[in-house]
Design a protein around this ligand. Structure first.
Ligand SMILES: [Zn+2]
Ligand SMILES: [Zn+2]
Length: 343
């Protein structure tokens, strides 16, 4: 199965943790945390439709300005998800600039603030100088905080040294595979129509007419019939992003509710185990604890990130304490328990 989510730690395991996830064959991407970054091209930033912020410590949020600078003229709205207080913080950032010439900018920013008990949505637009456009507060039911036909995002509210911090799981609704050999068998040729077919299936538009390229030209076919003929549906992919949390049972239970069975886990490993006390005081994880969490979640692969500068020269020890290889695969006991997906 070709994965739909192509995930990359923009700064690698060291430095500010930033995860860029793009969708296979689409110009759409999500960004998880947004500190100081290097190595994200403008075209990659322009594809970002959702930014998920764990918390607003500077090294997780300062890069938002840089993203904004790139996407200002874009027509599609930008969704920013973050913990309690993120709406005020984002609006303050936006209003720190002068916008008297922004009347022709189309950008709308939707801010989704995820509290323990509520969701608050605030919308603001560049052409009003980022004044308040609309606001809504509703009770928070379940962990899902955003969704599109292709994927949804779940968030866990956890504690980071006394402030709320969100952990995220990005989940594919389900995976649409084309049966091996099915195209040849039917005389169909690969082409953009396959993308159209997948989109129709994912959005439930099975009556739609799909222009199939065949050996003898283009033939219009009903999406529902093609689904029966050439498609296999399988569980979707899940990618989890977890940073800046204390190793407490409350946090782990909240995290488990969204990230259990994730195919790929990106997790902070700030200290080595020798500084467990510091980790506890500052609401961070050690590499040992990060490995324990990966096993508890039955993650298929796990990758460390946000390693403290004091351990940048000991990255092999970080992997060692986590019990994973640099490929992200577990070195020992949890290889058998690597799970495909998500309950
Ligand atoms: Zn922090
Ligand atoms: Zn941090």
């Amino acid at each position: 199965m070709r994965p739909t989510f192509i995930a990359r730690l923009v700064n690698g395991p060291l430095f500010d943790p930033i995860l860029y996830v793009r969708m296979l064959n689409e110009r759409r991407a999500l960004l998880f945390d947004c500190g100081r970054f290097r190595g994200l091209a403008d075209r990659e930033l322009l594809a970002v439709e959702t930014i998920c912020i764990s918390h607003a410590h500077m090294n997780h949020f300062m890069g938002f300005d840089e993203v904004l600078r790139t996407v200002l003229h874009r027509e599609d709205p930008l969704l920013l998800i973050g913990p309690e207080g993120i709406a005020e913080k984002c609006l303050s950032k936006l209003r720190a600039y002068t916008w008297n010439l922004s009347g022709t900018y189309d950008l709308e920013i939707r801010i989704l603030e995820v509290g323990r008990e509520y969701l608050r949505t605030v919308s603001t637009r560049a052409d009003t100088g980022f004044g308040l456009f609309s606001e809504d507060v509703s009770p928070r039911i379940g962990n899902r905080v955003a969704e599109t036909p292709r994927y949804y995002v779940e968030a866990a509210v956890m504690d980071h040294g006394g402030i709320p911090c969100l952990g995220y799981a990005l989940k594919e609704t389900f995976h649409v595979n084309i049966r091996k050999g099915a195209l040849e068998g039917k005389g169909y040729l690969p082409g953009p129509w396959i993308g159209e077919l997948k989109e129709s299936i994912l959005t439930g538009r099975l009556e739609e007419n799909i222009p199939v390229t065949t050996n003898s030209g283009i033939a219009g076919m009903r999406a529902g019939d093609l689904k029966e003929e050439i498609v296999i549906l399988s569980p979707g992919q899940a990618v989890a992003f977890v940073t800046d949390i204390a190793f407490t049972e409350d946090n782990l239970e909240s995290l488990e509710a969204v990230a259990k069975g994730a195919d790929t886990l990106f997790i902070e490993a700030f200290y080595l185990g020798e500084l467990e006390r510091d980790a506890c005081e500052k609401g961070h994880l050690t590499a040992v604890q990060a490995g324990m969490i990966a096993r508890r979640l039955h993650a298929g692969q796990a990758f460390p990130m946000h390693v403290s500068p004091r351990y940048h020269h000991r990255i092999d020890d970080i992997y060692g304490e986590m019990g994973i290889a640099k490929s992200g695969h577990p070195v020992h006991e949890f290889s058998d328990s690597a799970r495909k997906l998500v309950t």
